[in-house]
Design a binder for this molecule. Structure first.
Ligand code: SF4
Length: 699
């Protein structure tokens, strides 16, 4: 319902993929929304500090061209004219958009429509490529469509939760609370699979501290164990799947339990305890996150996990299923609209000529892209090679967050025309921009986001737009208008865009696509304003959502069957060596978000981890001569970074950990992205941010 003036406004936290409802307003402490079915009023430290990030001291408030302040109209004129000139001279594939899981779905939709439908290139990719594209690829291989079968209630109703490559206690704290509550209420066991003894591992009933990159062996071993133990659901496998024999053949080849224990470097008893618990528990949810996805074998890891759920028929029913947790608040919304370079829109596929024709007709698009564009790593390589000559970066900081970041910085420096829209005035990427555009921030922008359980929630504005800041959808539409596409981008506001997005999802959908929110296509402005959180699909004629998917044993493939994918254990792309003897892992700390543009503003969040801390095992500290509290340099074939040493037995020997958050804006030479290797998963294109061979030395 509409809030009275001065009342807090129901909105959604802009940080992680949990998607908590919060009450937005000027109060310093941001309360949770007790009515939101994700968090029921709870918030974590980051979410509760949102009110402390609303000041204008660190805001980009006015556009600039070549470093000189100008007005919005002139800045947008420059963007449109340079993009138009570049397209005329070099073709549509000479330009690109690099967007963000921080964008609202409406922003994402408009950006994707402009690039793929009207400029005519597939060159729009998102920082979600770095977050969960391996899960997307794994879902498509197994289910035929990028579908998350589970909902958060499954965490409440499971008897066993397996966390794989997920430090949910820090990265999805409210969901971890739900798991811990389930343990207290019904005795749910939590098993944590991670190379690091994280906060989640410390609170788990069983911890498997496996060697990095051996997840496929672990889950292949589980599949073989389930088969030996008579736990395969023969009826479900026969009626609803294909590929079981081939997947099991591949799994056998990774050996028996003793061999798996040796490959994973985990005690045999612990592996057996995990396998026995999985085999004997009907209600199992396997949660996977960036530790699985950010790998050169990420898609295989995802399918190795899904294979075990398909073999046992544990999918789409209460308290069971494979469950990908997304990192960003709207990674899922980006997937819906086609924000990845290999997607079209509304879960339609470039590879399908009927889908291309459908989208072209729906948009009345003059030049629909004919094939997929460049993914994130390829895109910055193309900028560096001079093939992309005009790039618009929206709401993200690739100069710090991409792997091989030194090369990305060099590419941005050399880019003939770089546009950056952001809400802060100084990022490592903005420093190279020819045009800087002030974007609306959380609390000012209005639209929807979709969380990890497919729940669409409203993000509502409760503050006026400051300076000349504008919503992303508005700036993109204004550029589209200047490029000659006024009619197709004549949106009055986000409700118009949402209705179009919903209508496209249902357009000529005869049941082939599960993603369908046609039931919201006719929503009135007032209904959009008051929209309550709802899980897709919301099919035409309905207003209610769908908590679980795939429980009927039917999958959106040509034959209606899911696929078990045969996968084999393979080593990470770049092995450690004599000169780079340790493996660098990167990830989040509890109280920071991405490159700290917002959380870095809050002293109480900064106080928990004030510096980039390099975690080193005691044996490695002795071996490499680094000391507790001293500075150490991490050096790889791709670059160097500094960290403050913490010696901890939570870290495996031979592996070090550096947070991903710090950038030049906070501490020079602390950016982990400069060190990370750019190897990618060959199926998903997701970079291997969890495994870079490196050396460490006192600094
Ligand atoms: Fe925000 Fe995630 Fe914390 Fe919820 S768990 S309050 S979405 S950061």
């Amino acid at each position: 319902a509409h809030a009275a003036p001065g009342d807090p406004v129901r909105t959604t936290c802009p940080y992680c993929g949990t998607g908590c409802g919060v009450l937005g307003g000027p109060a310093v402490a941001t309360p949770g929304d007790t009515d939101h079915p994700t968090n029921f009023g709870r918030v974590c430290a980051k979410g509760s500090a949102l009110g402390e990030t609303l000041g204008l001291e660190n805001r980009l408030l006015h556009p600039a061209v070549d470093g000189v302040r100008t007005d919005m109209a002139r800045a947008l004129d420059r963007v449109a004219s340079r993009f138009a000139e570049t397209i005329v001279e070099h073709g549509p594939d000479s330009v690109a958009f690099y967007v963000s899981g921080q964008l609202l779905t409406e922003d994402y939709y408009v950006a994707n429509k402009l690039m793929k439908g009207f400029i005519g290139s597939g060159n729009i990719d998102t920082n979600s490529r770095l977050c969960m594209s391996s899960s997307v690829a794994g879902h498509k291989r197994a289910f035929g469509e990028d579908l998350v079968p589970c909902c958060y209630e499954d965490l409440d109703e499971a008897d066993l939760i397996v966390l794989v490559g997920s430090n949910a206690a820090w990265c999805h704290p409210i969901l971890f609370r739900r798991m811990v509550d389930a343990r207290a209420r019904r005795g749910t066991r939590i098993i944590c699979v991670d190379p690091r003894r994280t906060a989640s591992a410390a609170d788990a009933d069983l911890f498997l501290g496996l060697k990095p990159g051996t997840d496929v062996a672990l889950f292949n071993g589980l599949l073989a164990f389930l088969a030996r133990d008579g736990k395969v659901d023969e009826g479900f496998v026969a009626a609803s799947t294909a590929g079981f024999s081939e997947a099991l053949d591949a799994a056998w080849k990774d050996g028996d339990v003793a061999s798996v224990a040796a490959i994973c470097d985990v005690a045999l008893d612990d592996i057996e305890a995990f396998y026995r618990a999985f085999a004997d528990t009907e209600r199992v949810v396997t949660v996977y996150s960036q530790g699985v996805n950010q790998s050169s074998r990420g898609t295989d890891k995802v399918n190795a996990i899904i294979n075990c759920h398909l073999a046992t028929g544990r999918i789409g029913r209460a308290g069971m299923g494979p469950f990908s947790f997304t990192g960003q608040p709207n990674a899922m919304g980006g997937r819906e609209v086609g924000g990845l370079a290999n997607q079209l829109a509304a879960h339609m596929a470039f590879e399908n000529p009927d889908d291309r024709d459908r989208v072209r007709r729906f948009w009345n698009a003059p030049r629909l892209a004919t094939g997929k564009g460049l993914n994130a790593v390829e895109m910055f390589e193309a900028v560096g090679a001079g093939r992309i000559k005009a790039l618009w970066v929206m709401g993200t900081n690739p100069a710090a967050s991409m792997p091989d970041a030194n090369r990305v910085r060099a590419a941005l420096r050399a880019c003939p025309f770089l546009v950056v829209s952001d809400c802060v005035p100084d990022t490592d990427t903005l420093r190279h921009a020819h045009v800087a555009l002030p974007a609306a921030a959380w609390g000012e922008k209005d639209g929807t986001v979709t969380n990890s359980e497919r729940r669409i929630s409203r993000q509502r504005a409760f503050m006026p737009l400051p300076g000349e800041a504008k919503p992303d959808w508005w700036m993109i539409s204004e550029v589209a208008r200047r490029l000659g596409h006024a009619e197709a981008f004549a949106y009055r506001g986000p409700a118009d865009i949402f209705r179009e997005h919903a209508a496209l999802s249902a357009f000529e959908n005869t049941g082939g696509r599960v993603f369908d929110i046609g039931g919201l296509a006719d929503i009135a402005d007032a209904g959009y304003e008051a929209l309550r959180p709802v899980q897709w699909p919301v099919v035409s004629g309905a207003r209610h959502g769908t908590p679980r998917l795939l429980g009927d044993g039917r999958f959106p493939t040509a034959d209606g069957r899911a696929r078990l994918v045969p996968v084999r254990q393979q080593a990470p792309a770049n092995p450690v060596s004599h000169d780079q003897p340790v493996m660098l892992n990167t990830g989040r700390v509890r109280d920071q978000w991405h490159t700290m543009t917002r959380t870095g503003e809050v002293p109480r969040l900064m106080s928990a981890t004030a510096e980039p801390v390099l975690d080193v095992s005691p044996a490695d500290a002795a071996m490499f001569g680094v000391t507790e509290g001293g500075l150490a340099e991490v050096r790889s074939l791709w670059g160097r970074a500094l960290g403050r040493v913490r010696i901890t037995d939570q870290q495996r020997t031979g592996e070090v950990f550096l947070p991903m958050h710090w950038t030049d804006a906070f501490a020079s030479r602390a950016s982990a992205g400069r060190v990370c290797n750019p190897a990618c998963d060959p199926v998903s294109g997701q970079p291997e941010l969890k495994h870079t061979p490196a050396a460490i030395a006192p600094f």
